[in-house]
Design a protein around this ligand. Sequence first.
Ligand code: BGC
Length: 867
Amino acid sequence: MQPCRLRAEGLLDPVGLGEARPQLSWELESDRQDDFQSRYQVVVSSDEARAAAGLADVWSSGEVLSPTTFGVEYRGPKLQSGQRCYWAVRVWDADGAPSRWSEPAVWEMGLLRPEDWVASWIAPPGEVSAPVQDVPPRVDLGDWRGVRPCYLRMGFEARGPVARARAYVSAQGVYELWINGARVGTDLLRPGWTDYRIRIPYQVYDVTPHLQAGSNRIGALLGSGWFCGRVAWEDRVYGESPSLLIQLRVEYLTGAGETVVSGAGWESAPAPLLWSDLLMGEGYDARLERPSWCCADDDSTGWLPCVVVQPPAAKLVAQVAPPVRVLAERRVTGVLGSGIGRWVFDLGQNFAGWVRLRCRGDAGTVVALRFAEALNNDGSLYTANLRTAAATDVVVLREGETVFEPKFTLHGFRYVEIDGLPGSPDPDVLTGVVAGTDLARAGAFECSSPLVTQLQHNIEWSLRGNFVEIPTDCPQRDERLGWTADLQVFLPTACCIADVHSFLTKWLTDLMDTGRPDGAVGDVAPLVRPNLFGRAAPGWGDAVVAVPWFLYRTYGDLRLLRRCFPAMVGWVDYVAAANPDRVWRYQRGNDYGDWLSVGADTPRELVATAYHAFSAGIVAQAAGALGEARERDRFVALAEEIRAAFAQSYLTPDGRVLGDTQTGYALALAFHLLPEGLRAAAGRNLAADVRRRGWHLSTGFLGVAHLLPALGGTGHFDVAYSLLEQDSFPSWGYQIRQGATTLWERWDGRTEAGVHADTMNSFNHYAFGSVGVWLYEAVAGLAQCPDSVGFERLLVHPHPGGSLRWARAYRDTVRGRASVSWVRSTNRFELEVGVPPGADAEVRLPDGSEAHVGSGRHRFAVTEQGA
Ligand code: BGC
């Protein structure tokens, strides 16, 4: 057995942690069956060689008799700002044999005390940042006026060879860090998005290789981003103009050191970017490029002194989530339309990002790029669904070749219209650049059905297009907000695909930042329009309960659960206080109900009360996990009361749920709101509704995730498969038949008649993709047992059905990889299962037989009746 993939705070070798006691974790590799970690030892050292040899000069955990491989807290002496900790781990296997020491890993602390910051916040002078938007005639940005992005820089002398250098950087806005003519790192849209009125993240970069003895220059490109650009429907939500904070700590080989800071002595000049905004797009004049703007010897003119501005009142916090990065590039798959100098390029996939333009033309030629997810029936760009997001990039060409790639904008699109391109439309003029939060893949699902495989593909691309700094509803229109219900229903699916632990740990802070003293949280996080979205709706606010609990079950992060617990309790108490008879009648905020259901209207009060019961039940379980016995008892009782009120108000003795809708049944079954004796009848009623609708679904955002599990869970797998493989309207398959490459916001986003008339019509919204987890758990059969945490006990229970001949899935759990693969032929069913060390599995086979296995690989084969 060997420990591998060491992580601190869920991240590989992170630089700039803010946690006083970082949590450490590792995975195990073992080629033996039935293996588990019986003991571990962690050593933390001040240098790498020592850690590699298992020597601890900072802290040793000692030999700990425990199977725990995650959430192990550093318990050594208080960590200092900038401290670098090398660490290694060794483990003992089931027989007590020790492993080798792992490859060493490292983490480094950020700036832990406010007084560690000695830099000043600076901004370009008004003359430099004045907007330039008059690039007629091809762009109409209405009356929108942005701030012009600018360069800020300073030269300094390094008094000898540099041993180590760190840049600590933040901005109100978005920045790129540059040193000596080169960009530092590959992170995009830093410092990221939080409620900047409360907290502002900073990043730490190891810039040692960028510095040289003698003259150096450090600088940044600074834009508006979320801080003072357009967010949803508003401009300058957090401030009027951007500012920057940089603190560079340099240590020389001689042992001496110094700190270079933003403040007096910095200068600023306009960048070739004329404007740049996440929603509106970017304007760029290639004739204004200054390639050497951040080189040590640049002697260009036109630089004006920066101004020192008031520091923000918000707290500077260490970044905890992975950054947005370029994830992939895509080639053009077709050039579709043509007009006079106007072409539509197809990138073959709906995604979030932008394009790189490479072309030649006369200096001063204006090329405009417009972005869209779909085309109208006449082949023109469908942009009505972008609403006020102009999503237009404009490039003024230079002499010779122009290469343009925007810096601080993001589009959700598949098609690009180019207007003004000189010459013929060579497909290589454009390259698609896919951007998103750089999350490690954590699983995959495949099966023999091309339709279901395409569905899985679409789900993954909707995740990629919407997990961009925060989990958003959509990447294209003037919205792109952290809608809580969307994430809450999609989370179990997201966890199958990507490691979202630190990404959502950060977002939960954003969500808790929306909290009010009475326990209400926002519909969206970070919060915008507090008067409208400040008190969340049923199913939306419940994210503050559902998300921490689900992350706990997936990643075993008890610390996160503990931190969220007060907000979880606060939310359920807030609802309970307003609804003493336990039916959630009052305080339902904007009450979106089962949003965007189709042909069915589930009573909103019923949806709300079901969610109230669900959340109260989770808080009870969370209290149990945290050892909060009094709270556990209180919420067990509350959940019971709500269930009783639900039964009394909405259930009939023959297993009908008021309204007789699929969502009503799905929620009642998923949230255990039916007495045991009525579950089967409710399942039959649900199945009957699907049949009545000609094997179609009617669920909206809140019902859809629970529909197939409710059918399967009451023995109607055949009905569940008929919905999964349905391709007439409304269904997942119908979207696919209409050419979807991501999940749509509405079932009728596009029909034979054309695109939906409403402008609220995103083609990249993941809520309906919440079916994804069912593919892993029920189709492939890879789940964890209901009371298991961190995949300690797998539940392997495949349900072959529909047209499927085979399916396979894996998940990289906190213990290592778990996998399932099955094939069925005429009357034989074969299954292969992989169980990571430290876990075991309940295996249930289609013939009703069961097995209990430990870690390792296992094969099963049974004869199927009637297969
Ligand atoms: C968003 C959603 C959100 C909903 C609330 C829409 O505008 O795009 O995804 O959950 O509003 O009803």
